[in-house]
Design a protein around this ligand. Structure first.
Ligand code: 5GP
Ligand code: ZN
Length: 113
């Protein structure tokens, strides 16, 4: 999608700190990290968010989580991390290209704000 910042990051038109890439997904450091580890894991194929997902998106939604698990192991944050989809403006979603936040490396409060 031409006016999507995350599509531009995948295309290399906006710089990012890549931490992982495969044929389906791209992972990079959040520009405004909320924790020592804050990585965004996104599908290469644009779709806006979990609220528009259909059955054919099941595989990529699962894949993003498996990438998070792999990165969580590599970062040695398995004693406590969180994977989050913000869904819709009231949740704080600001970029409408599906992205899984991987947040960890510090104590995380519950419930979130
Ligand atoms: P949301 O609030 O939509 O769930 O999360 C969007 C995230 O994208 C935010 O944590 C924000 O810091 C991050 N972000 C927004 N623009 C950019 C960018 O250009 N580069 C990077 N690396 N992260 C971005
Ligand atoms: Zn996009």
């Amino acid at each position: 999608m031409s006016d999507c910042i995350f599509c531009k990051i995948i295309a290399g038109q906006i710089p990012s700190k890549k931490v992982y890439e495969d044929e389906l997904s791209y992972a990079f450091e959040d520009i405004n990290p909320a924790a020592p580890t804050h990585i965004l894991i996104i599908p290469k194929r644009h779709f806006s968010g979990l609220n528009t997902a259909t059955a054919e998106d099941a595989a990529i939604i699962g894949h993003l989580h498996l990438v998070a698990a792999k990165l969580g192991r590599e970062r040695k944050i398995e004693d406590g991390y969180r994977t989050v989809f913000n869904v819709g403006p009231r949740s704080g979603q600001t970029v409408f290209h599906l992205h899984l936040h991987l947040v960890g490396g510090r104590d995380l409060a519950w419930p979130p704000g």
